[in-house]
Each structure stands twice: as structure tokens, then as C-alpha cells.
Design a protein around this ligand. Sequence first.
Ligand code: MN3
Length: 240
Amino acid sequence: MNKHQSSRRHFLKQTGSAGLALGLSSTLIPGLAAVTAASSDFVQQPLPYAYNALEPAIDAMTMEIHYSKHAAAYAKSLAEACTAENVNTSKSIESVLRNISKYSVKMRNNAGGHFNHEMFWQSMKPSGSATPSGQLAASFIQSFGSFETFKNQFADAAKGRFGSGWAWLIVNSDNALQITSTPNQDNPIMDVAEVWGKPLLGLDVWEHAYYLKYQNRRADYITAWWNTVNWDVVAKRMEK
Ligand code: MN3
């Protein structure tokens, strides 16, 4: 498999569900071939829904600024850091995150910022399912007693994160579900994280994620955000 085939396969793996959700095919997207050849874990992928698709929980203006300005800036700065620090961007970004202490602060902030946002967009969908099902639902009961208890504890972690950061649902080293939170654009994959694990779901609690609609009411943003969660995606992450 040559490099082009490899990156294209990776791109399709990463974005296949997004393309299907939009009902698009490569023949309908001018310039997709160019995007495809350049795509990797390190490149911002198309948003899998319209800016207004998550209303009323997340308003269109917030989504547009968040995706096209904030997240795009992380991807741009990440590309600069990768060039400066000789990172092979055909590799998995997780290999960089796992060893982030060996890189610059610029890499830490922007590899985290890029990864976290790509995951965040994929974790939401218009009118997300209210509750998980199957093994994921059973795992919530096993690890937290009930799904409601999980939601309350996760919301507490999100509300309690001082300043900017993220709340996370992870699979920890004991293969149990656990809630944690990280400052800034750190995440639980990073070797600098207080709690390590495989992230299944992350919630952005930077003010840029909610301030236009909710101002200081972070708790209201969190309550509304539950209505957007794509539990099918979360379940697939757990199965991997
Ligand atoms: Mn953000």
C-alpha cells in the first residue's frame, strides 16, 4: 500500500460516517481528492452536520465560531508545531499525545486542542439519543450504579473544572468507566494527565463553547448538551 492509499484509507475510516450522515459522496464534493490526499489525524475534518443542527442546545453562531475559528486555529498551530518539531503526521496523533511531555507547550496545547475538538464534534448529533443501550448502558450501571448517577457526577466534574478545560468519560486501566477532567486542552491520553485512560466522551467547558447563548450559566449548557450526545459513537469507542 503506498502512502496515498494509506492516507486515503485512513481518511475514509475517519470520515466515512460523517460523509454518510450528510448523504455526500466523493463525486459530489469538488476538491475532495485534494483534501483526501492531505488528510490525517492532524487535519481538521468536515463538521458532520450543519452549524445550526444542534440547536437549541448549541446555537449556530457558537458552532460556527467554535469550529471555523477556535478549532481551526488549533489545527493550524498544530501543523506549525509538527513542522517545527519534525512530527510525522501520517502517524496516529495519539502517539504524540501519549508522549506529550517530550514536546513543546505549543504542541501540547494544539495537539490536545485539535484532538479534543475532533472527538467533540463526532460525539454529538442532531437530537441525540437520550440514553445509551446495550453493553454501554450495562457498563454505566456497573461503574456508577445508574446512568443518572453517572450524568450527575459527570456534570459535577464539568461544573467544577475551574477556568477552561474538559470533563471526560474514560475507560481506565481496570477496564472500568471513570469520570475525570483536565485543564486547558489536556486530555486523559497525555502522559502529563492526572488520570490516564481511553476517552469515550469529552465535554468542552471553555467559555467559547457556550458563552454567546449561556453567558455565565455553564450548568445550563451542560444540561442542554446531554440532548446532543451521540451514544452510538460512545458505545463504538468503548467496543474498540
Ligand atoms: Mn472548544
